[in-house]
Write a protein that binds this ligand. Structure first.
Ligand SMILES: Cc1cc2nc3c(=O)[nH]c(=O)nc-3n(C[C@H](O)[C@H](O)[C@H](O)COP(=O)(O)OP(=O)(O)OC[C@H]3O[C@@H](n4cnc5c(N)ncnc54)[C@H](O)[C@@H]3O)c2cc1C
Ligand code: SF4
Length: 316
């Protein structure tokens, strides 16, 4: 690990302004992803600004019947909150399907959205990787692509986004609230928050330099049955090969998003409308234009079968 300096932020705007003004500065929250990447020298910040003491650790009711989740709310606390469990069960289920109890105790809402890909070549500094080192190439294309993306990818990068929580937030139509270095705030729909790789896979989100997440808001509850089904190589402590987040009403209508298949939580609103027609119709729409590789083409079938299972569970 390279040497770095450290300070505790005194306010959200101060933290944003310092990250924008200090070359190599980064926010640190739970540290469960950033510190791992620093140990491997994949991330080499020169200065860390700790945002843990800013009081952004509350879950509050908002006008219109929704909830605002502070950026520093721990994954454990978010999953256990009685209002989340009752009205946003897909989120609790996604959170507890992720990582381990100890990690969830540290991991924060903002940090989880901003965790970086688990593409094995991203972690191997001896291999080319356009995301880690722009312009160096992509070792995954033509390499081992089993865990990687089948849709939304590009010829520059086929990595997936690893967050379970983000898939549930996508199906719930969450909104990510931020503060910029000049103190202005904005709300970014989660659909627009994560970027597809195109020719710039290192640009992963809509955040500008120094822009800091302060909260994530959920609109009023959708009702219906909330399901998160994660298929992975081991029963726990593994990232999704395919995951399905769904909220489905008694009439069979609802919303569905996929994890493990794309560089961002994958939802196509037109596919939601096909839920009453069954999993094949939904999967065909979700995967229109997919570019699977030999190693990971199984994800298309796996996703369709997982959607079928989720629809059956919602009807039961
Ligand atoms: C062994 C292991 C298994 C895991 N398994 C899973 C899994 O199955 N599913 C899953 O979803 N996740 C999994 N994770 C990932 C884990 O959920 C993330 O590491 C965690 O959510 C990151 O949150 P953090 O608060 O620790 O982020 P940090 O490591 O503190 O930060 C991550 C990034 O977010 C930035 N950041 C933090 N806060 C802010 C803010 N407020 N505004 C702007 N930028 C900010 C940091 O600068 C950094 O770039 C696993 C992790 C490990 C180590
Ligand atoms: S798929 Fe993306 S993250 Fe993986 S090696 Fe290629 S460029 Fe890097």
């Amino acid at each position: 690990m390279r040497p770095f300096s450290y300070e505790r932020a005194t306010s959200a705007q101060d933290a944003a302004a310092k990250v924008a003004a200090t070359p190599g500065a980064r926010f640190i929250a739970g540290g469960t992803n950033l510190l791992d990447l620093m140990k491997l020298e994949i991330e080499t910040p020169t200065h860390l600004i700790d945002v843990n003491g800013l009081g952004m650790d509350k879950i509050e009711a908002i006008d219109g019947g929704g909830l605002r989740i502070g950026a520093l709310v721990r994954n454990t606390d978010l999953a256990a909150d009685a209002r989340i469990r009752k009205d946003y069960g897909v989120l609790t289920r996604a959170l507890v399907a992720g990582a381990s109890g100890q990690l969830r105790n540290k991991a924060t809402t903002a940090g989880n959205l901003l965790q970086r890909t688990r593409c094995p070549y991203f972690y191997d500094v001896n291999m080319p990787c356009n995301k880690r080192k722009p312009g160096s190439g992509c070792a995954a294309i033509g390499g081992f692509s089993r865990p990687l993306g089948v849709i939304g990818t590009s010829e520059a990068c086929i990595a997936t986004h690893p967050s379970d929580m983000a898939v549930a937030m996508r199906v719930l139509d969450a909104s990510v609230e931020t503060i910029r270095p000049d103190g202005t705030t904005r709300a970014i729909p989660i659909a627009d928050f994560h970027k597809l790789p195109g020719q710039t896979p290192h640009v992963e989100t809509a955040l500008e330099k120094g822009e800091m997440i302060i909260s994530v808001s959920l609109p009023k509850p959708k009702g219906g049955t909330h399901i998160y089904c994660k298929v992975r190589d081991r029963a726990s402590y593994a990232f999704a090969l395919v995951s399905v987040a769904a909220v489905i009403g008694k009439d069979g209508k609802g919303a569905v998003a996929l994890g493990g298949v794309a560089p961002k939580p994958w939802r196509v609103e037109e596919a939601d409308a096909l839920l009453p027609k069954g999993s094949k119709a939904v999967a065909d729409r979700l995967f229109a234009g997919a570019t699977p590789r030999e190693d990971n083409a199984f994800k298309l079938t796996l996703a369709q079968r997982t959607i079928a299972s989720v629809i059956a569970e919602a009807k039961a």
